[in-house]
Write a protein that binds this ligand. Structure first.
Ligand code: BMA
Length: 876
């Protein structure tokens, strides 16, 4: 490849719109267009997808005293899968719910009932087959389904798949399918009345909160990072499945033994049959001859057919960073009298995984062993990517999860206030080596525990476990988010009478200590279950205690402790800790007009859901940074602050690997454009934190820390083998004078954190005041730098930062990218590149440059018109 020529370029200065991400933007809410409408029923291996045309309308309000019943409204085009809000938006009936303060004006939608309908012919969906079933992968939520005017199904749980036979009602020629959704708020109100007392929900914005009565994503009701849009709709695909004789509806694969020589697997096929008849099940690797088979006599109804198989010299599945996440595709075929009836594939990864959660001298451990070895978990908490989930397509899943893998994460926690995610999410986690901590969908609330509720939850949990259990990425199940902690520490118990308290407590035990763990034990034997996050799974040990179990440490942020406290609050697994920032100005400009670019404008407050969020950011900024000169500088500095704070925490966690099993920051992503704890914003743009995460989660990390007046340099390695490396240490002033230098050849211990250098501060300061120098610790393997740790001895606001005289040179644009060279004459802190008006990205961003340093970067996208570069000094 010819080297690009560099033309001297522009630069310097700051301010402007920016973007810092590595993916293109998803369809903006305001740009939604109705999807093309395919023919009414479309064949697919899974059945006939009912893609429409669909229509929807508001159900007229019934007559009330003094008000006659309204006439039905007109039908409007709908998109399935979809929901009411996006259908109203696409039809031009409402403005963009995410813009400005539109959210407030759209609350009426949740109080109404809505109706959807479509038509299809009986012939198209397989009228003449023995069995014809209508399958909804998701109905959100209270739905009455009728075919040709006859009620055929009542649904009341967004998380469940619903299946009903169409056979008795399906007619030749045209059929009309209609679905009525009742307002979840009205249903919740009725459930509250039946219960007779209110239940608390920390984040539900309703008064009274009603979210706990409905098996629907809790964050729809509002959260401290999300709007309140209590939507309804056919949110996952709907299809007709038509079949004869027998079919395979599920395969469950368990690894029963695994060594380098062989893997032993057991496979259980769920087979549905219409008649009693013998059948043969054959199983093998897809595309190869079968390696196992079994004969079974099927009975009408559901049959479980089991076989076992062996794979010689298996390739293991490894988490991101430790090896390839190898996957095998198995195929099962079912035949009867030599006639092939059905085939089904399943993808599995061969690995062992154990969550070690047992008492020790310090309390109770919480760590993960993969393939027999401890693996430190690095990652984040995942929330749903949109308030309106059906618009999260494959592309957004891929972009987000590739960003996760790029930041060297190996675990995501699917947090309990959202949904059991789409299959594509788990498939990508399998492919990228990202382990999944899967919460059941209960968060920050207390829930009813009547028989109907528990039965509904049991059906939901069984389906979720069966759907996800084959994924190599699935590491563990957790009963709920923060309910054990809340019950003890959030003042909830005091709200109840003795009888109510006893009822709520017993319900919680029933749900999280009996029902859910029993379902996991039966449907997904061997997978670890923790009753809550955080928890030590021990009645004698309070949840969220240092030393035992996982921990959500919120002293920093919620309790306003200085961020240095992260180092004193390392428990056995840090499953949550977080700090907010604003997104880039280009994202803010998608929801606010320039006249609203103030911290206290109503729009800015509407897009900050933590009651004290903006004040907290400003207060923490004041501790460490000089006052920002304008709003863009504020958003930029808020990101630098967030990244600095979370880097501090994550490194403190990694330094204690062994004692601590993992570090998952709160939160990876956003469900709308907002100021929040995320490291990637709604449009997929990386905030400063995500660039920092790619550095602080690197497999080999140099980490510098001041401890009791001494400077320590840790070498942290996630590698499975020890590595010969060179540790290069320097102290520089901001002009580049070397005040201290040392080079150490060492063997970096495998899978460990160790101090490799330690000195009194005076020894490394080189006689200069702390505010004038930077300490640089770098780990090299041959010529390759594995990690660089920069340590400043004074608060950022006290550093005398010189003008770095940044110089940017651009190469000739090539297909889809342009090479850049950036040089700093003097120290440059938190350098940010932006390309105003473009959605494209830079290969790196938000980094420090040492005096005299030049680096190569890549701009990804069509040739940039303009590139702006700023550093910290330009923010005040
Ligand atoms: C955690 C989460 C969320 C919440 C976040 C920030 O505890 O579980 O409920 O959004 O804190 O407050």
């Amino acid at each position: 490849m010819p080297r690009p020529t560099f033309a001297l370029a522009l630069l310097i200065g700051c301010v402007g719109l920016g973007t810092a991400c590595s993916r293109s933007k998803p369809a903006a809410p305001s740009e939604l267009t109705p999807a093309p409408q395919p023919p009414s029923a479309e064949a697919s291996p899974a059945g006939f997808a009912l893609r429409g045309p669909w229509q929807f309308r508001q159900v007229p309000e019934p007559a009330a005293p003094g008000r006659p019943a309204a006439a039905p409204g007109d039908w409007s085009p709908a998109h399935v899968p979809g929901c009411v809000h996006t259908d109203l938006l696409a039809d031009g009936q409402i403005p963009d719910p995410f813009f400005g303060q539109n959210e407030q004006a759209l609350q009426w939608i949740a109080e109404r009932d809505w109706e959807y309908q479509t038509h299809f012919t009986g012939e198209a969906v397989g009228l003449s087959r023995e069995r014809v079933e209508l399958v909804f992968d998701g109905l959100d939520t209270y739905a009455s389904v009728s075919l040709n005017g006859t009620a055929i199904l009542a649904a009341d749980n967004m998380y469940r798949q619903w299946r009903v036979s169409l056979k008795p009602w399906l007619q030749p020629g045209q059929n009309t399918l209609s679905i009525r959704f009742r307002s979840p708020l009205r249903e919740g109100q009725a459930a509250l009345q039946r219960l007779g007392y209110a239940l608390p929900a920390a984040n539900d914005r309703g008064d009274p909160p009603l979210s706990m009565f409905t098996r629907k994503a809790p964050y729809h009701f509002g959260w401290d990072w999300g709007p309140r849009f209590v939507t309804s709709g056919i949110w996952r695909p709907v299809r007709v499945e038509a079949w004869d004789a027998a079919r395979i509806t599920d395969l469950h694969v368990l690894t029963t033994a695994l060594s380098d020589e062989r893997a032993e697997l057991s496979l259980e096929a769920t087979v549905e049959a219409t008649l009693a008849a013998p059948a043969r099940l054959e199983v093998g690797l897809a595309g190869s001859a079968p390696i196992a088979s079994t004969e079974a006599t099927l009975v009408p109804g559901t049959n479980l057919v089991r076989t076992s198989l062996r794979i010689e010299h298996p390739e293991r599945w490894w988490p991101n960073g430790l090896g390839a996440p190898h996957l095998y595709t198995l195929e099962a075929s079912l035949s009867q009298h030599g006639v092939l009836r059905a085939t089904r594939q399943v993808r599995v990864g061969l690995r062992t995984l154990e969550v070690v959660h047992r008492p020790d001298a310090d309390g109770k451990t919480f760590s993960v062993l993969v393939n027999g070895a401890p693996v430190f978990m690095k990652g984040a908490n995942y929330i749903p990517q949109d308030s309106f989930l059906p618009r999260v397509g494959r592309e957004r899943y891929e972009q987000l999860l590739r960003s996760v893998a790029a930041a060297h994460m190996n675990m995501l926690r699917v947090w309990g206030g959202g949904v059991y995610e789409d299959d594509r999410f788990y498939e990508l986690c399998d492919e990228l080596g990202i382990l999944v901590w899967q919460d059941f969908m209960f968060a920050c609330s207390l829930y009813p525990s009547d028989a109907a509720f528990l039965e509904n939850v049991a059906a939901e949990a069984r389906q979720a476990v069966q759907r996800l259990r084959n994924h190599a990425s699935l590491a563990l199940w957790a009963g709920n988010n923060e309910m054990e902690w809340a019950w003890r520490d959030w003042g909830w118990r005091q709200r109840f009478s003795d009888a109510q308290r006893a009822q709520v407590a017993a319900g919680s035990v029933r749900l999280f200590q009996e029902l859910l763990p029993q379902i996991v034990a039966t449907e997904d034997p061997g997978r670890f279950y923790t009753r809550s996050s955080p928890s030590a799974n021990d009645d004698a040990i309070p949840a969220n205690q240092l030393g035992s179990g996982d921990m959500h440490y919120w002293g920093v942020w919620h309790s306003q402790e200085p961020y240095e406290k992260y180092a004193d609050n390392v428990s056995r697994f840090m499953s949550e800790y977080g700090f907010q920032s604003f997104p880039e100005l280009s994202t803010i400009a998608r929801y606010a007009a320039p006249s609203d670019f103030r911290l206290d404008s109503e729009v800015m407050l509407a897009h900050q859901r933590h009651p004290r969020g903006n004040q907290l950011i400003a207060a923490y900024l004041e501790r460490d940074f000089r006052a920002p000169r304008d709003f863009d500088s504020f958003s930029y500095l808020s990101q630098v602050l967030q990244a600095t704070v979370i880097q501090f925490a994550a490194e403190a966690h990694r330094r204690r690997m062994g004692y601590n099993g993992g570090s998952l920051y709160w939160q990876l992503d956003d469900c709308w454009p907002v100021a929040s704890w995320s490291s990637i914003d709604y449009f997929g743009r990386w905030k400063a934190l995500h660039f920092y995460a790619r550095r602080f989660f690197a497999p080999v990390l140099a980490s510098t820390s001041e401890e009791r007046g001494r400077l320590r340099v840790y070498g942290i390695s996630d590698r499975r083998t020890e590595s010969p490396v060179r540790l290069a240490l320097r102290t520089l002033d901001f002009e580049g004078r070397v005040l201290f230098a040392r080079s150490l050849e060492l063997s970096l211990e495998a899978n460990a954190s160790k101090v490799y250098f330690e000195a009194a501060l005076d020894e490394v300061l080189g006689g200069r005041p702390p505010r004038e120098v930077v300490f640089v610790a770098e780990l090299f393997e041959g010529a390759q730098r594995l990690s660089r740790s920069l340590h400043y001895f004074a608060k950022t606001k006290d550093l005398e930062l010189p003008d770095p005289e940044l110089q940017l040179e651009r190469g000739t644009p090539e297909a889809g990218h342009t090479e850049l060279q950036l040089r700093a004459r003097r120290l440059a802190r938190a350098v940010r590149l932006t390309s105003p008006g473009s959605e494209d990205s830079f290969s790196d961003n938000y980094f420090d440059l040492l005096p005299g340093e030049a680096i190569q970067l890549e701009y990804r996208g069509a040739a940039p018109q303009k590139i702006e570069v700023r550093s910290l000094r330009d923010s005040y």
